[in-house]
Design a protein around this ligand. Sequence first.
Ligand SMILES: C[S@@+](CC[C@H](N)C(=O)[O-])C[C@H]1O[C@@H](n2cnc3c(N)ncnc32)[C@H](O)[C@@H]1O
Length: 288
Amino acid sequence: MSSSAERVMNMETDEMKTADFHYLRSAIWSLTGITLSDSKKQLIQARLRSRVQALGLGSYSDYSSLLQRLPPDHPEWQEFTNSLTTNKTDWFREPSHFDFLVKEFIPRWKPLAPKGHLSVWSAACSTGEEPYTLAMILSDAQNNRNIRSYRILATDIDTGVLHRAKKGIYHKTALSQVPQTFHKSSFTPGSGDISHLMKVQSDLKQNIDFRQYNLTQTPCPWTDEFDVIFCRNVFIYFSKDVIAGVLDTLYRAAAKDAVLFIGHSESLQGASKWRYIGPSIYSKGRVL
Ligand SMILES: C[S@@+](CC[C@H](N)C(=O)[O-])C[C@H]1O[C@@H](n2cnc3c(N)ncnc32)[C@H](O)[C@@H]1O
């Protein structure tokens, strides 16, 4: 058997050593704020297997030793980060938030915003379903003259998902949660060999800026900027201290009357300047 085939065989049976697991989880924590408990060892192992194989290494220990020798700006750190993020998302996920935005927030924000321009941040946007859902909803609000214009900043730490989000190409079968009314107005269907794919239309895309941003990075480049912040289903991976730091960042980045949406299963875990409005919805100012 060739040595590379042997290495692949070894990887399938290789158990990550406890010391390597501890090093790798502390490295991902320093880079992203993501906390991985002891029960996540199998998960880390499964997710890093392809990195170890792609680099032609024989074990997780080799990978861990390699990382320990690399300078902080080496591209493998980004690959490592991309491998360990969880990117589960969906179209119109937790739909009550979009209803609240259109039916409760915008009507009260409108009289306080003479320019009618809504600035939105999707702060852990994954593969793009969340910011594109927002773009559909807000284009509708624009057509109904509830807002004059809008712009969405969509950020994530994972460059792999950002690349897919920017492309805006999705499998037709993945769009089951998108209401039929938006199918025609928001997507262009592929033809021939790619008839199973749908592409987000450019008039929606042009309202979104996709950028890499680490939520634990300080100082945050934005101040008093966003009327609406979606930071959903990422706090579940963070400790209480990390959440507190990110909430401060979001508060500073928020405009004075902003609203913040977090995931339905998440909580702010204690003191924060954000004011509770209802389950998973918080406010900075006077609007709500
Ligand atoms: C489960 S997805 C949530 C996607 C979307 N917000 C939703 O609710 O459907 C969590 C996302 O958070 C991103 N993430 C994790 N840590 C991050 C950090 N420190 N800064 C920015 N994004 C982060 C991950 O890459 C992942 O795409």
